[in-house]
Ligand binder design. Structure first.
Ligand SMILES: Nc1nc2c(c(=O)[nH]1)N[C@H]1C(S)=C(S)[C@@H](COP(=O)(O)OP(=O)(O)OC[C@H]3O[C@@H](n4cnc5c(=O)[nH]c(N)nc54)[C@H](O)[C@@H]3O)O[C@H]1N2
Ligand SMILES: Nc1nc2c(c(=O)[nH]1)N[C@H]1C(S)=C(S)[C@@H](COP(=O)(O)OP(=O)(O)OC[C@H]3O[C@@H](n4cnc5c(=O)[nH]c(N)nc54)[C@H](O)[C@@H]3O)O[C@H]1N2
Ligand code: SF4
Ligand SMILES: [Mo]
Length: 747
């Protein structure tokens, strides 16, 4: 890392931390300014691809509204303060809630950017442990929790998420995902448009299931405009056809799968004919897709947020992997596979483990089951509002903006205003953090080093890439802030050294590894290894250790050419360790050591889905769905000029026939109402919509006083989440963000 004089010009390479694609960027830096951002053509995974958000990384760093110093509340306003004063205020504010045993009035909300920076990825865990609260809420329950539950049940590990092996695949059935705009999710494959075009060019077929004719759907061989919320029965109908017509070919997977025998009976009700009205897909088409999928040599079924943020999200996620299994495409080249990151531990030992359970405790007000230690963020407002023992009175938010990004945002905004104490770790004073008593801002993404800890675990090739910080910063980094908070939560004296947490953490990692029989450092002296770990800060040291003891590591052998942080420093475009390899059955952590298809939870969901099939289909109500935009990222990049100063984008898209019926003209102001609230927004008649479905992007609604977001406020838009009611998918607690019934009228 270097700081330069105004005339010094340098080129730096860096992994973009803004989304899951992890593109390699080439930055030109003149003195203290980023003057150009391009794709790094030599990056081993992205090969030069980038999107407008990556280009705006310099604008994010230079944004005058981005916080550079802590803010503390004085009366009604927030003023700048020193870090010491800010931490003292946090310690004093949290003290009464930390004194309670057990801690029932203190909670934490963890937002999405935590998975895009090393501090959050590595040091949130010690903080959560020190807080010892059951009030844990995260962005996972407005996103992918159903996928974790399905993997937990089937593979015994909620983190075992297979990804499509897109570069070797011949048939891709994609539901509820729009990688042309989102750049892929739980699937790290930069430049998916190029990869999907290549799939079709080699004779493969792309089928897209989405109520909207998205840009991804435009590039498909077949687009099916399904009715929102009905993916689960449709996927079950595909499975039904495959089983019923004797097309199932699980191959080697059958040797370690449990519950294949009972499938025919469990799927019997879900015939293509029975689901046709609910899904709006005719039976002949469903049968044809099932037969194509079964016949394809190397196929993958991939379903994302459009299918998960739904009333049957978990069942849809389960049915997705069931189809991959039935067609023999799970864990097969060109199908869906479990990636392996260079910092992962190997699958040594026998398959099997403790398995996965949910509901070890329940939320206080609505009795939602705990899932992965979390409660649904859709229940956060009611936990703050509802009096009684265990009422949530103090909240920590870390890199989250739930007022705009989670259901019934306006209600949550009012609830946050009533808290006794709130602290936010965030780079902006925004709709959520304006309620905080203290805001602790970590440095910008360019002031920290980066290794993509989470998304290397979803990458279609095993890749390692490390980026040093571009600019120096004297302020505490994200990891240091989280460690200070952890110390406060433990009741350590103010001013205690955060390195205590770091040292404990690293020693714990080393102790576990020297005790693991398959490890290259099995039996080594812990202190000897600790002394040899490399890295400029707490995060780098963890990464160096994990890389060196990972599948391609040097194992701390001085003569080994294997991987370490030092090797990555010498390879600024990354190192590619090749395509994904089969990992089953070794990856399985179920009690039986086998893929488990039968479970009471899924049986319950199947009955619930059968009951819906029997109901007459409701018509009339318009169903609201979302829309991710290429130039945006949830709620928080709207303050950057190149991303926001564009033609109006926060519009309600509607099919022409619905608009005509409702007497709405293109561009007119429409009043949209749901059971949760009401917004007024310009109407856009759009050919991508199907009748009966309207779409509004989420993340807008920058209408609140007391924020510091000049540009975003000038392009405020309305929040889709003021309309989202807050019902959840039962098994996962994931919010239902799609298919919300609304009425629309001229404003
Ligand atoms: N209706 C509807 N709602 C949705 C969705 C949808 O499809 N439809 N999508 C959902 C999804 S998938 C997600 S992931 C959630 C996201 O939900 P959240 O994570 O709660 O919200 P974001 O809008 O991503 O806000 C991120 C926050 O992190 C801050 N931030 C950015 N970088 C950093 C950093 O490096 N460190 C720290 N400490 N803070 C940082 C930003 O200023 C912002 O306050 O939204 C969900 N909401
Ligand atoms: N440009 C940009 N990129 C992003 C983000 C962003 O905000 N902007 N957010 C990032 C985050 S946090 C995430 S989680 C990922 C998400 O990445 P994706 O999962 O690809 O998400 P979306 O682009 O929202 O695509 C979801 C699609 O589901 C469709 N849909 C809605 N309801 C239904 C339904 O009931 N059934 C089916 N089959 N489809 C439905 C929508 O029309 C939409 O096209 O994107 C990430 N990348
Ligand atoms: S696609 Fe994602 S990773 Fe790539 S430049 Fe855009 S935001 Fe960054
Ligand atoms: Mo997300």
């Amino acid at each position: 890392m270097a700081t330069g004089t105004a005339d010094e010009r340098r080129t730096v390479y860096r992994t973009c931390p803004l989304c899951e694609a992890t593109c390699g960027l080439e930055l030109t830096v003149e003195g203290e300014r980023v003057t150009r951002v391009r794709g790094d053509r030599e990056d081993v995974l992205s090969g030069g691809y980038l999107c407008p958000k990556g280009v705006a990384l310099g604008e994010l760093h230079h944004d005058p509204d981005r916080l550079r110093a802590p803010l503390v509340r004085d009366g009604d306003g927030l003023r700048e303060a020193s870090w010491e004063e800010a931490f003292e205020r946090v310690a004093a504010g949290l003290a009464p809630f930390l004194a309670e045993n057990p801690r029932r009035a203190l909670g934490i909300y963890v937002g999405n950017p935590n998975v895009h920076n090393l501090g959050g990825a590595l040091f949130l865990r010690p903080l959560l442990k020190a807080l010892a609260t059951r009030h844990l809420y995260t962005a996972s329950t407005v996103d992918q929790m159903p996928k974790h539950v399905a993997s937990g049940l089937m593979f015994g590990d909620p983190a075992a998420l297979p990804v499509p092996d897109v570069d070797r695949c011949d048939y891709l059935l994609m539901l509820g995902a729009n990688p042309w705009e989102s750049n892929g999710s739980l699937w790290t494959a930069p430049d998916l448009p190029r990869r999907l075009r290549a799939l079709r060019r080699r004779g493969g077929r792309l089928v897209v299931v989405d109520p909207r004719r998205t840009r991804t759907a435009e590039h498909a061989d077949l687009h099916l405009a399904i009715r929102p919320g009905s993916d689960a029965p449709w996927l079950l109908a595909l499975a039904h056809v495959i089983v019923d017509e004797g097309l199932a070919r699980p191959g080697r997977l059958a040797d370690f799968s449990e519950g294949l025998d009972g499938l025919a009976a469990r799927l019997a009700a879900f015939t293509p004919e029975a689901v046709a009205a609910q899904c709006d897909i005719d039976a002949a088409t469903t049968r044809a897709v099932a037969r194509e999928l079964a016949a394809a040599s190397r196929a993958a079924v991939y379903a994302r947020i459009g299918t998960h943020a739904n009333p049957f999200g978990t069942l849809a996620a389960w049915a997705t992997e069931l189809l991959n299994l039935l067609t023999g495409n799970l864990d097969r080249e060109g199908g869906v596979m479990f990636p392996r990151a260079p910092h992962d531990r190997p699958d040594d030992g026998e398959p099997g483990g403790r398995g996965f359970t949910t509901g070890r405790w329940r939320s206080r007000v609505s009795a939602h089951p705990e899932v992965m230690g979390e409660l649904p963020v859709a229940a956060l407002a009611e936990e703050i509002e509802t009096p009684g023992e265990g009422q949530l009175r103090a909240l920590i938010t870390i890199a989250g903006n739930p007022v705009l990004s989670t259901p019934a945002g306006a209600r949550l905004d009012r609830a946050l205003a009533g808290l006794d104490f709130m602290v936010s770790v965030d780079i902006y004073l925004n709709e959520t953090t304006r309620h905080a008593d203290v805001i602790l801002p970590p440095p910008s993404p360019l002031e920290r080093s980066h290794y993509d800890y989470f998304f290397m675990r979803f990458a279609v090739r095993s890749v390692a890439n490390y980026s040093p910080a571009v600019f120096a910063s004297d302020a505490p980094g994200e990891a240091a802030i989280l460690m200070r908070l952890a110390l406060i939560a433990r009741g350590a004296a103010a001013g205690a050294d955060p390195r205590t947490i770091e040292q404990e953490n690293l020693r714990g990692l080393v102790e576990r590894e020297v005790g693991r029989p398959g490890s290259a450092i099995h039996g080594c002296a812990v202190d000897d290894i600790l002394a040899r770990i490399d890295g400029a800060d707490a995060c780098e040291r963890v990464i160096d250790f994990l890389l060196r003891t990972g599948p391609w590591g040097d194992g701390f052998a001085s003569d080994s050419p294997g991987l370490s942080l030092a090797t990555l420093r010498a390879h600024p475009h990354g190192i590619d360790f090749g395509p994904m390899q089969p990992r089953l059955p070794g990856r399985l952590r179920t009690p039986s050591g086998r893929i488990e298809l039968a479970s009471a939870l899924i049986d319950g969901e199947l009955s619930r889905a059968r009951a819906v099939l029997a109901e007459p289909s409701r018509d009339g109500a318009l169903l609201l769905i979302g829309r991710r935009e290429f130039h945006s990222n949830n709620s928080w990049l709207h303050n950057l000029p190149s991303l926001i100063e564009r033609p109006e984008r926060c519009t309600l898209r509607m099919h022409a026939a619905d608009a005509a019926r409702l007497g709405l003209a293109d561009g007119a102001l429409a009043r949209v109402r749901s059971a949760a609230g009401e917004v007024e927004v310009p109407l856009e008649i759009h050919a991508e919509m199907r009748p009966g479905v309207v779409s509004l992007p989420h993340g807008y609604g920058h209408r609140y006083a007391g924020t510091r977001l000049a540009r975003a406020t000038a392009h405020a838009g309305v929040s889709a989440n003021d309309l989202v009611v807050g019902s959840v998918d039962g098994p996962s607690g994931n919010a239902v963000l799609n298919g919300v019934p609304v009425t629309v009228a001229p404003a």
